[in-house]
Design a protein around this ligand. Structure first.
Ligand code: FMN
Length: 176
């Protein structure tokens, strides 16, 4: 690894914040992540790839239950979502300390995050232990939209700054 990697990687921000939601022994848990990518609609199966630390409760639960829900939280949920990134569901009932709401999924046990911009219901297709973290590929069984704007999604901006993106400048329409 070359020098100043941390400084150079500042260029990667903003990165969208997603929420991995799991349910195990009746307890719901939520883990915010940046390490994620959704396939395009042209790929089958529609899928999501997430990177989870090997010591986290969320990875342990996903490998056990083989399912999860994934949400893009909205701007009003930022504080609660960041809190869920500071403690582990292994030690704490995180959600009891937040005002986040949930509703039932149709295809998996873990619930949907209410007031989120978008939710996916996912089953595990594959996992790959890459060292200190594991890449999980989930097949998206159901996409649940909302009336929230795309621009209500929340982003890590680098360091300990978090926010929203105000607008999009279209540079080109069409591919030619
Ligand atoms: C903005 C943000 C982004 C994060 N991104 C990731 C990530 O991509 N992968 C990961 O494993 N943890 C990530 N974390 C850390 C986890 O959310 C944190 O370790 C959490 O407490 C794990 O909870 P769990 O043990 O209940 O799974 C992130 C935290 C925050 C606040």
């Amino acid at each position: 690894m070359d020098d100043n990697v941390k400084e150079k990687l500042e260029a990667i921000w903003p990165e969208v914040i997603g929420a991995v939601i799991t349910k195990r022994d009746g307890k719901v848990n939520l883990c915010p992540i940046n390490y994620q990518a959704t396939s395009t609609i042209y790929e089958t199966p529609l899928s999501i790839c997430i990177g989870l630390g090997n010591t986290g409760y969320t990875l342990e639960t996903i490998l056990k239950t083989q399912q999860f829900t994934y949400a893009y939280p909205s701007r009003e949920q930022l504080k609660d979502i960041l809190y869920c990134g500071t403690v582990s569901g292994r030690d704490v009932d995180k959600l009891a300390n937040t005002s986040l709401g949930f509703s039932n999924s149709e295809t998996v046990e873990s619930p949907l995050l209410k007031d989120a911009v978008l939710n996916y219901e996912c089953v595990v297709r594959h996992s790959y232990n890459a060292g200190q973290f594991t890449i999980v590929i989930g097949e998206i069984k159901r996409v649940v939209g909302s009336n929230r704007s795309n621009l209500d999604k929340i982003y890590a901006l680098g360091g300990t700054r978090y926010g929203v993106i105000k607008g999009m400048d279209i540079l080109q329409e069409g591919r030619a």
